[in-house]
Design a protein around this ligand. Structure first.
Ligand SMILES: NC(=O)c1ccc[n+]([C@@H]2O[C@H](COP(=O)([O-])OP(=O)(O)OC[C@H]3O[C@@H](n4cnc5c(N)ncnc54)[C@H](O)[C@@H]3O)[C@@H](O)[C@H]2O)c1
Length: 284
């Protein structure tokens, strides 16, 4: 089966970037969110990114316009998904809301439609189990920002068919990304390894060993990391990141994943990072 039409659910930090990458690669993409202001917000961010690329001479004006012409936004799930070959779900990281969405999608989409979740931490197998197509269900875990980061983790649920994995691996390459395949397991590969590193950094800050700026600087200057753990948390969204800590801690029962206090209190205060203008750092 060849993927031609793609539907992306969620126009947030990840969804809008995924839409842009797919549209730039020539796919027709529909983007859906629960309110029009979120759809327009996502489309606006794509437009701004493309304008910047034209200014920096990374693409022509015609290429940017052609990319935009392949994208359609809507708040209607049925309109977005009913003729899609592939639905990439990038909505809020809440397993019950995701499962509810997959039940609806299963009734809307043709039997051939593949469902791919961009979840960072939730079980692919558990979400697939609410549909009648667990063989056509898998994880497609992009990294932030999708327009820039090269890798995509392709996650095989307990019942995902090899054919489905092959189709999505092929698609990743067609949109210019490097796929890596793994089994369904908490945090998959990259987040399983990222969590202890980030969490221990936050605990260093809690203990008053160093300022968060100096912890970020230490990793960037000592190991050439492009971002420190606090900058990364602010970019990802601290409220998204903490769901990861809680899920990994619950599933793997290891203290190394237990959320740090400075992380908990930032989330309680609503300071999620770049998206709210303040996380550990302040953003204009
Ligand atoms: N932020 C990251 O760095 C990152 C990286 C990889 C994967 N992810 C995963 O991607 C997903 C989205 O994360 P994000 O950072 O883009 O979040 P976000 O909060 O920026 O965007 C989520 C969007 O989903 C929308 N939404 C909520 N419920 C919906 C529904 N029922 N139907 C359609 N849209 C709905 C929200 O209105 C919002 O616009 C999550 O599963 C997250 O774990 C995030």
């Amino acid at each position: 089966m060849e993927i031609k039409k793609i539907c992306v659910l969620g126009a947030g930090a990840m969804g809008h970037g995924i839409v842009q990458v797919c549209a730039q690669a020539g796919y027709n993409v529909k983007i859906q969110d629960i309110e029009d202001k979120f759809v327009q917000g996502g489309l606006g961010r794509i437009r701004k990114f493309l304008e910047g690329s034209v200014e920096r001479k990374k693409m022509t004006k015609e290429e940017a316009e052609a990319t935009l012409s392949r994208i359609k936004g809507t708040t209607e799930l049925k309109e977005a998904a009913q003729d899609a070959d592939l639905v990439i779900e990038a909505i809020i990281e809440n397993i019950e809301i995701k499962k509810d969405t997959y039940r609806k999608l299963d009734a809307i989409c043709p039997a051939y439609t593949i469902f791919a979740s961009n979840t960072s931490y939730q079980s692919i197998t558990e979400m697939a189990a609410v549909t009648k197509r667990p063989d056509k269900f898998l994880g497609m875990h992009w990294f932030n920002p999708p327009q820039i980061m090269r890798g995509i983790e392709v996650i095989k649920g307990e019942k995902t068919s090899q054919e489905t994995v092959n189709i999505i691996v092929d698609l990743c390459r067609k949109v210019g990304k490097e796929p890596g395949v793994c089994k369904d397991s908490p945090g998959f590969i990259a987040n399983r390894l990222l969590q202890p590193w980030r969490n221990e950094s936050y605990k260093l800050y809690d203990e008053g060993v160093a300022s968060f700026e100096d912890i970020d600087k230490a990793l960037k200057t000592a190991y050439n990391f492009r971002m420190g753990p606090f900058e990364l948390g602010d970019l990802v969204g601290l409220e998204v990141a903490i769901v990861g800590n809680e899920t990994m801690y619950r599933e793997l029962r290891r203290d190394v994943f237990k959320p740090a206090w400075c992380h908990i209190i930032k989330v309680r205060a609503g300071d999620y990072g770049r998206k709210t203008g303040r996380g550990f750092y302040e953003y204009k």
